[in-house]
Design a protein around this ligand. Structure first.
Ligand code: PMT
Length: 222
């Protein structure tokens, strides 16, 4: 029997949206379904890895033999990613994290007032950037959801956040990005490898991404 490519590797994946509370009834979020991150977790486990999945609120069942940690807000996702980061070999951030949260939240339902409503937001932590700052041996992979000039913005995130690789999805391309079962991505490593993966299921994309990551990992240890 041939050894699976990720046997012995510890993989940490984030998935899904974050939800930022305004009051007990209302919150800010985004369109992430968690499918991309869950597909990565499932395929990484199939390829032999020991997988931990930190996820925002989604309605997906946990892939077999994957350790799941549920979170709601960007701050909770940050805490759990930091907690599980140290001993991992590969860390992939497929989650769609809120960049802003309301400064004031209410424990009781906000009542309607005459006129317009203004809500002030503050920045959340950039989890990926913080992980890039503290990483030692971890192979760190970010995602970028862009609508224009996708490769340039993606490459900028790769450098600014000290990543080993980035997966760029042009969320306006047919069949790509949020919520559906398919995606179209470009994978770029800090070493300059660039690979386009054409329209296919998120599971297929995940398998291909993990194989690319696995071979880039091997190159690093040469
Ligand atoms: O969940 P699905 O419905 O399957 O959709 C998949 C997806 C489109 C959500 C996924 O493929 C994807 O692109 N995820 C990243 C979305 C995103 O937030 O991109 P971004 O360009 O805003 O952020 C770039 C990277 O920084 C991401 O890895 C993100 O996890 C990370 N980030 C962003 C903000 C923040 N405060 N902390 C972060 O760590």
């Amino acid at each position: 029997l041939t050894k699976k490519p990720l046997t012995g590797k510890k993989v940490l994946i984030s998935a899904g949206p974050t939800k930022e509370k305004i009051d007990p009834i209302r919150y800010f979020t985004n369109h992430s379904s968690g499918k991309m991150g869950f597909a990565l977790a499932e395929e990484a486990q199939r390829l032999g890895a020991d997988v931990t999945l930190v996820t925002g609120k989604v309605s997906l069942s946990t892939p077999v033999n994957v350790k799941r940690v549920d979170v709601t807000t960007a701050e909770e996702m940050y805490q759990q990613m930091i907690k599980h980061f140290q001993d991992k070999d590969i860390v992939i951030k497929a989650a769609a994290v809120a960049d802003y949260r309301p400064i004031t939240t209410y424990d009781k339902k906000m009542k309607k007032q005459p006129g317009n409503l203004v809500i002030e937001f503050e920045r959340t932590k950039d989890i990926l950037k913080e992980l890039g700052d503290i990483k030692t041996t971890q192979y760190l992979v970010g995602f970028a959801a862009e609508t224009n000039d996708v490769i340039n913005y993606g490459q900028k995130k790769l450098q600014d956040k000290n990543l080993d690789a980035i997966v760029i999805n042009d969320i306006q391309a047919e069949g790509a990005g949020f919520a559906g079962d398919t995606n179209v991505v470009t994978f770029i490593t800090s070493g300059g490898i660039q690979k386009n993966i054409e329209l296919t299921t998120k599971n297929n994309i995940s398998k291909q991404l993990l194989m690319l990551i696995s071979s880039d990992l091997k190159d690093d240890t040469k």
